[in-house]
Design a protein around this ligand. Structure first.
Ligand code: TMP
Length: 214
């Protein structure tokens, strides 16, 4: 299944309010300006089925959703996105940028909810057919600052945002552990810096790691 991959998959990860969406949009814009074919997507979502699953996952009335069902729903949305959108775009030589991907399941359902990491890795492999990002940016930020930014943004406060601080701290530490374990794929960026400094870091690493000039 991996054989047909040609383009590049770049993912953004991080705790709530770390600026992933803003930076992913900015990067897509810069790459398009440079003439690269870019598809910008997000998880959960990016397909009609994925968007329906997203609504279900974010809704506060589903507070009783159990951790395993939650993990399966995120992975179901991911499987749909990979097969329907990401793989075809990569096969045509394009660059896919995703605002969250499989590492979110390890960070939130693994480190956050306490599900077994190896089982989740198997689930991710099943969902993605083994498709791994070429580069993953971890926008790292203290969880209090991130949640405050998110509150101030006026965006909808989701079922997961509403989890307690210790959950969000485990997610952040989980991300840092994932990045430390696989430094050839991850870049940790200090998301507390001003926007321009974050973008300068992204620019530098894209050039150094992937040879992409933006
Ligand atoms: P966001 O798009 O606003 O970041 O919302 C996605 C939420 O879902 C966020 O709280 C992180 C969470 N999430 C998981 O818990 N597991 C996953 O696999 C993914 C993709 C997201």
């Amino acid at each position: 299944m991996g054989a047909e991959k040609r383009g590049l998959l770049i993912t953004f990860e991080g705790p709530e309010g770390s600026g992933k969406t803003t930076q992913a949009r900015w990067l897509a814009h810069r790459l398009r300006e440079r003439g690269y074919p870019v598809h910008l997507t997000r998880e959960p979502g990016g397909t009609a089925i994925g968007d329906a699953i997203r609504e279900l996952l974010h809704a506060h009335e589903h507070a009783d959703l159990v951790a395993r069902a939650e993990a399966l729903l995120f992975c179901a949305a991911r499987a749909q996105l990979v097969e329907q959108v990401i793989r075809p775009f990569l096969a045509a030589g394009g660059i896919v940028i995703s605002d969250r991907y499989a590492d979110s399941t390890l960070a939130y359902q693994g480190y956050g909810r306490g599900l077994d990491l190896e089982e989740l890795r198997r689930l991710n492999r099943f969902a993605t057919g083994g498709l791994q990002p070429d580069l993953t940016f971890l926008l790292d930020l203290e969880v209090e600052i991130g949640l405050e930014r998110r509150r101030a943004s006026g965006e909808a406060w989701t079922r997961l945002d509403a989890m307690d601080l210790s959950f969000h701290r485990r997610v952040r530490e989980g991300y840092r552990a994932l990045a430390a374990a696989e430094p050839e794929r991850w870049v940790i960026v200090d998301a507390a810096q001003p926007l321009e400094a974050v973008q300068a870091a992204l620019r530098e690493h894209l050039l150094r790691r992937l040879g992409l000039e933006i």
